[in-house]
Design a protein around this ligand. Sequence first.
Ligand SMILES: C[S@@+](CC[C@H](N)C(=O)[O-])C[C@H]1O[C@@H](n2cnc3c(N)ncnc32)[C@H](O)[C@@H]1O
Length: 194
Amino acid sequence: MNQEINQAYPKAYWDIDNAAKESGFTMASDALTCSLLKTLAATKPGGKFLELGTGTGLSTSWLLDGMDEVSTLISIDNEARFLAIAQQFLGDDDRLGLICTDGADWFDQNKHLKFDYIFADTWHGKYLLLDEAIAMLNPGGLYIIDDMLPQPNWPDGHQEKAIKLIEALEQRTDLVLTKQCWATGIVIAVKKAA
Ligand SMILES: C[S@@+](CC[C@H](N)C(=O)[O-])C[C@H]1O[C@@H](n2cnc3c(N)ncnc32)[C@H](O)[C@@H]1O
């Protein structure tokens, strides 16, 4: 076995990848992570999905590929010009709701929502408002984060934040989790039944 991805990439993947590069967007999730996101998305038929940090929609395209036709995905980002790329290539998919908003505002206005799968790829729901994000998970719901191994673009002090985040997740009694030193460093956590 090797790490090649030999199953099909999402139809819109290369268009989004090209447009992202042209726009100067450099924060997209890597293909291995995205392949895992897709695989895990397929475990939640009829699921309610949340992506925090759409970027230009690369990870979004993989999530949609793993979801069945009755699942739904809300994906938020505060950068309209990146979201416009996601809208251009994924906007026809009725399962997807793209929302341009600040993460803090979105959490403030949507505390009542529940999800079966959260991919937290921005500040809110990961380094900020972690409790609020976990509270939104249904029992058995997945909480997934990437970029937990040191990355070349990390600013000074980010390593300490990452260590604290892992500690906070590991101390929770309402989660079962596994850390994977693979791809950019992934944590997969599952919300336990109460
Ligand atoms: C790591 S990138 C997401 C990459 C995306 N998952 C992909 O694969 O292309 C993080 C995103 O968070 C967004 N972001 C940063 N601060 C935010 C905030 N306060 N509220 C909402 N989104 C924010 C950025 O615009 C950026 O697109």
